[in-house]
Unconditional design. Structure first.
Length: 305
């Protein structure tokens, strides 16, 4: 008999009224695409934000404008403003990465870096003037300090977006929480899982729930892509943290325990509402019939999913 232990509940992430457990947001309906069309004159706050968000040189001012004046905007304007801020930060990210990725700056950060160090603290501790300028600029734009492949990189600081939640629609609230969870604790770094198998399946369920609930949200396509990546982690693991032992081809016991407990807590009705959990249940049954090994039958199942 396989061991069992309690897991975080993902049951409430399913059904007509879903609770995204890790995100902590109740989602109750679908929302339309956000458009530029408006029947009324935009507020002064929104106009100022839009003027500033279009230029990298004033992106930090745009971010500050939104933090300080989003309460003066209509909800439709607040929605657009948050989307436009994220778009601008994504668009500038390659440039931000290039600015940080010089041998001198990388060496300077490495000489003072400790795990979890913030961009603000790094900016105060680095010794070179050029390093301080770059980190100061990126801090003002509200990027956070991350690592990737042994390099220090800027990362969109989605946690800071949570200040906008009282002013935006529920789909964007849920989206921000999903992105914040991933940016604060990435699922994978350099091909290695950074979260346990409970969280692997939990995040996948959360992405799936968002896609099912918010079919017309502006960010549904982005979350769908995240779901597909997360779904692959569930059934395959990652290059450096594979689901199956590379020598014996036996599934890792801790993954089986996590997956079985997740299904047990979700229950039959809620599992039926999730294609992912339905497939996971079928997957575990097939594995049990095959001695928990990745046989050709298991490979065929994975290919056919």
């Amino acid at each position: 008999m396989r061991q069992t232990r309690f897991t975080k509940s993902v049951a409430a992430a399913l059904g007509s009224a879903m609770l995204l457990t890790g995100a902590g947001i109740t989602v109750l309906g679908a929302f339309p695409q956000y458009t530029e069309a408006a029947a009324v004159k935009p507020t002064e706050a929104f106009s100022l934000f839009e003027q500033r968000v279009k230029k990298p040189s004033t992106l930090s001012l745009a971010q500050a404008t939104l933090v300080n004046r989003i309460s003066q905007m209509t909800q439709a304007e607040a929605n657009l403003a948050v989307l436009h801020l994220e778009n601008a930060l994504k668009a500038y990210l390659p440039t931000a990465t290039k600015r940080m990725n010089t041998p001198a700056i990388q060496k300077d950060i490495k000489s003072i870096y400790t795990s979890g160090m913030t961009m603000v603290l790094a900016r105060f501790k680095v010794k070179q003037y050029d390093s301080r300028v770059v980190l100061q600029d990126l801090t003002a734009m509200d990027y956070k300090l991350g690592t990737d492949g042994g390099q220090f990189v800027p990362v969109i600081h989605y946690k800071s977006f949570k200040v906008f939640k009282p002013y935006i629609s529920q789909d964007l609230q849920a989206y921000i929480d999903l992105m914040a969870a991933e940016s604060e604790q990435p699922s994978v770094i350099n091909g290695t899982l950074q979260i346990d198998w409970y969280q692997v399946v939990e995040r996948a369920v959360q992405y799936e729930a968002f896609v099912q609930t918010y079919k017309t949200s502006n960010r549904t396509a982005a979350v769908k892509k995240a779901f597909e990546v997360s779904r692959r982690y569930v059934f395959y693991g990652t290059p450096n943290t594979p689901l199956f032992d590379q020598k014996t081809q036996v599934i890792k016991e801790e993954a089986v325990i996590a997956y079985e407990n997740t299904l047990s807590e979700a229950g039959p009705e809620q599992t039926d509402n999730s294609r992912l959990l339905t497939q996971l249940g079928d997957f575990l049954l097939l594995l049990e019939k095959n001695g928990d090994k990745r046989t050709q039958a298991v490979n065929d199942f994975l290919i056919a999913m």
